[in-house]
Design a protein around this ligand. Structure first.
Ligand SMILES: Nc1nc2c(c(=O)[nH]1)N[C@H]1C(S)=C(S)[C@@H](COP(=O)(O)OP(=O)(O)OC[C@H]3O[C@@H](n4cnc5c(=O)[nH]c(N)nc54)[C@H](O)[C@@H]3O)O[C@H]1N2
Ligand SMILES: Nc1nc2c(c(=O)[nH]1)N[C@H]1C(S)=C(S)[C@@H](COP(=O)(O)OP(=O)(O)OC[C@H]3O[C@@H](n4cnc5c(=O)[nH]c(N)nc54)[C@H](O)[C@@H]3O)O[C@H]1N2
Ligand code: SF4
Ligand SMILES: [Mo]
Length: 737
């Protein structure tokens, strides 16, 4: 019997049922049924189960309460080592946003009239294959690409990256993690030999000095901040941020430096520390390489120069050096104020260098610690198969390709031998007509990508744009030729890896609306429809993929082959990598590098440094102010596709776009509070309500990224090593309406 006969919802003419009717029927009719003992049908219908949150990288655990097999409510888990019973508003409201009326419930195909109209899955898959394959035939295999995410379970990322690159023959695929973590990734690889944030959240509580650089955890990582508040060592809290953020206001020292002068500051700081002998010579000798050259390099960064470039007071810089020296355990935490810069990699390394110099690594309360952003940015860094080959491997390394092929049971020849283009290069490829088809999964570039008018123009040039999202209303989905309706967090299963390398489980506690399917199942459908289903015959469930991921990780710094299964993760409150099969350390909160050995072949960390460079777009007579962008409140998430759907969250943030201005600038420009102003850059303009506050320095303004128009203003500038966009520096003008 064909599928159509069983289910009138499905139309004839699809490729699917011809290949494997059983598989397809299973996929279409029982979304999420590929259970592993965790799906609701196996959970007691009125049970409470726990799972990690699907927003930020803190990775809090939430207890989800079920009634008749469906989640009805949740509360934070008290026994989980991450959040200890706490959650922020987004976590508390995580279930509400699943019920939004704009959920994508059927595939949508743009019709002859130019409108997106509902179609069934077989038609959608048929179009997917026909259009992409025809582009490939006409323009070559690499004329289609994908953009993925840091917000899907690792199993889905691994599936997508493998399907696209090994099955569909794509060479180019990148993710929104480029917008976010690329600078930290490159910095760690070069400095430590592997992308390895070394800390555990216990370090928030065990530090004597916490230095936050370009990070606003009070609202971007509120539960990490709660951990800071639990610190009983009367810590010195230093915030290095041009703005007086919520976090800066709670600090004991706020260094409101000139934007993008952090690298100079940290070189100057290193110079003071070395000059005064406030360094750990034993650690430097045993565990690092390049100290002599670094010492020579920082000589010209004397206090006068650093004061001139950072616009800080000499006493502030000296006090920071003294604090680090006197108080002992210092930890350095950085986020987007560092990574999103024209020199993000070297700035991150300027921080790493100070931690290395002072031996502040591998001990409690120390570390050069990049805080990640999205719930599974860490999973994407290891398994998205974009920049790196699955499991922290390298596409250009023949041994790595063989290992991966062996574990997956595929022909080594299907694995690309070169790296993908980066996100910005994919966009440029579209502009140049080299890339004609794009598959966007779980990200919203028409809102979040830099220099938005140009980004939208580029997306609109595509012959075929497929967007796979929970909501059909996103700025990117509205431009798509084909929309694939995806299940979201809570409607599917898999694992996330949080900021401190902790692998945690998510579960299916809700049925996805309409015909929406877990991304995992969409990938299975694509594999079948494309004709490469056989290659993925072992990829039957997230749990099965998790087994392969364990094997892929074996022998790598991120080895988690000792994790038995999902239930093991549940029992343990998540498990941090590494957790190898032999000799795994069972301590619930672990840090790396306790033995002073790093991941370079000689075991030594590197001092990496370079002369700082000026920003590309400095304020001018026409655009006299510098725009900083970032997170606005704890209740808004990125492009707001999810958080704007909760009435509770909507009450907790300003509905209308706003721009924060210094009172001095406002006075000069005759701008009064809470009135509309126009903010313009060379690339575009937006209207915003004026918020006048001394939290921003004279000459700078701040606009949250959550409002659609913000990226009309930003300038497409990238770090040369990480290709991460510099979202936090461009010249603007503000004029009253
Ligand atoms: N509520 C909420 N939480 C989130 C998110 C969200 O959207 N909403 N997103 C998550 C994600 S993906 C990420 S990546 C993180 C981001 O977390 P954060 O990086 O903490 O947040 P941002 O506000 O983007 O940037 C942090 C700070 O960098 C400062 N900054 C700008 N330029 C410079 C500079 O040159 N030097 C220094 N030192 N500082 C500078 C800004 O003033 C800002 O206060 O948050 C995560 N958590
Ligand atoms: N100006 C400015 N711009 C920025 C930044 C900044 O600081 N300033 N920060 C940058 C950073 S750090 C980041 S991380 C990016 C974030 O940028 P985006 O990734 O574009 O933002 P999100 O809103 O998180 O988009 C995620 C999309 O995935 C969908 N989705 C959620 N769950 C699922 C799922 O399970 N499956 C599928 N298929 N879809 C799902 C959501 O509905 C949403 O449309 O923005 C960047 N842009
Ligand atoms: S802090 Fe992050 S992980 Fe924790 S509840 Fe809030 S959004 Fe979720
Ligand atoms: Mo991010």
């Amino acid at each position: 019997m064909t599928i159509e006969a069983q289910n009138p919802r499905l139309s004839a003419g699809s490729l699917l049922h011809q290949r494997d009717g059983r598989l397809t029927r299973e996929l279409l009719l029982e979304p999420g049924a590929h259970g592993l003992g965790l799906a609701p049908q196996r959970l007691k219908p009125d049970a409470t189960t726990s799972m990690v949150c699907g927003y930020c990288s803190t990775g809090c655990s939430l207890n989800v309460h079920l009634k008749d097999g469906q989640a009805v409510n949740l509360s934070p888990t008290t026994s989980y080592p991450v959040n200890l019973g706490m959650a922020c508003p987004k976590g508390w409201e995580a279930l509400t946003v699943l019920d939004a009326p704009d959920r994508a419930t059927t595939p949508l195909l743009r019709n002859a009239a130019g409108r997106l109209a509902p179609v069934d899955w077989p038609t959608a898959m048929g179009e997917f294959v026909r259009r992409f394959q025809s582009i490939q035939r006409q323009h070559g295999p690499h004329s289609i690409a994908f953009l993925s995410t840091g917000q899907m379970p690792t199993e889905e990322m691994a599936f997508l990256g493998s399907l696209a690159k090994f099955g569909l023959g794509m060479l180019h695929g990148d993710g929104n993690t480029r917008q976010c973590m690329a600078s930290a990734v490159v910095a760690y690889k070069q400095s430590f030999g592997f992308d390895s944030p070394p800390y555990s959240y216990a370090d928030f509580e065990e530090s004597d000095v916490l230095v936050f650089v370009g990070a606003n955890p009070c609202l971007a990582h509120p539960i990490m901040w709660e951990r800071v508040m639990r610190n009983r060592r009367s810590p010195e809290i230093v915030v290095i941020d041009p703005r007086a953020t919520e976090t800066a206001m709670a600090a004991t020292q706020h260094l409101a430096l000139a934007p993008k002068s952090d690298q100079t500051l940290f070189y100057g700081l290193a110079r003071i520390l070395i000059k005064n002998g406030w360094i750990d010579s034993r650690f430097i000798n045993q565990s690092t390489a390049g100290f002599e050259q670094f010492w020579e390099f920082v000589q010209p960064f004397d206090l006068d120069r650093v004061v001139a470039e950072t616009r800080l007071k000499a006493s502030q810089i000296e006090r920071l050096a003294e604090t680090i020296h006197e108080r002992g355990r210092s930890s350095f935490w950085w986020t987007m104020g560092v990574n999103q810069s024209h020199q993000g990699v070297r700035t991150a390394q300027s921080i790493i260098n100070v931690a290395l110099l002072t031996g502040n690594i591998g001990r409690p309360g120390t570390g050069a610690n990049s805080i990640t952003g999205q719930c599974n940015a860490m999973g994407s860094r290891l398994f998205s198969n974009t920049t790196g080959l699955l499991g922290g491997h390298d596409f250009t390394n023949a041994q790595h390709r063989e290992k991966v092929a062996g574990v997956l049971g595929i022909d080594t020849a299907t694995i690309p031998t070169e790296n993908s283009l980066a996100y910005n290069e994919i966009m440029e490829g579209i502009l140049r007509g080299k890339i004609k088809g794009l598959w966007v999964i779980c990200t919203n570039p028409a809102h979040s990508w830099i220099n938005q008018s140009s980004a939208r123009d580029i997306l609109d040039r595509l012959d075929f744009l497929v967007v796979q999202d929970m909501y059909h209303t996103t700025e990117t989905a509205q431009r798509a030729h084909l929309v694939l309706p995806a299940a979201g967090w809570g409607e599917k299963e898999g694992t996330f890896i949080n900021s401190e390398r902790r692998i945690g489980v998510i579960k299916k506690v809700r049925k996805a609306p309409g015909q929406a399917l877990a991304d995992f199942q969409i990938f299975r459908l694509v594999a079948e429809a494309w004709g490469c289903g056989k290659m993925f015959s072992k990829w039957t469930s997230p749990a099965a993929v998790f087994e392969s991921m364990k094997e892929l990780s074996r022998g790598q710094p991120c080895d988690f082959s000792g994790v038995r299964d999902y239930a093991f993760l549940d029992e343990r409150g998540g498990v941090q990598w590494p957790y190898p099969q032999e000799g795994g350390d069972d301590h619930p909160e672990r840090r790396l590098f306790a033995d002073g050995r790093f991941f370079h072949p000689d075991g030594r960390a590197r001092f990496v440094f370079e002369e700082p460079r000026p920003m590309t777009e400095l304020p001018s007579a026409q655009y006299p102010l510098l725009l900083l962008t970032g997170r606005g409140t704890a209740s808004q998430w990125h492009t707001q596709t999810r958080t704007s759907k909760s009435a509770v969250l909507r009450k907790l943030y300003p509905e209308k776009p706003y721009v924060e201005l210094n009172p001095g600038d406002a006075k000069r420009l005759a701008i009064v509070p809470n009135r509309w102003v126009t903010v313009s850059s060379q690339r575009g303009q937006m209207r915003a309500l004026a918020v006048i506050a001394p939290t921003v320095a004279v000459g700078t303004v701040f606009i949250p990224m959550h409002y659609e128009a913000t990226n009309r203003l930003t300038d497409a500038v990238f770090d040369p090593y990480s290709k991460q966009p510099s979202y936090k520096a461009c010249a603007v003008r503000v004029s009253p309406d």
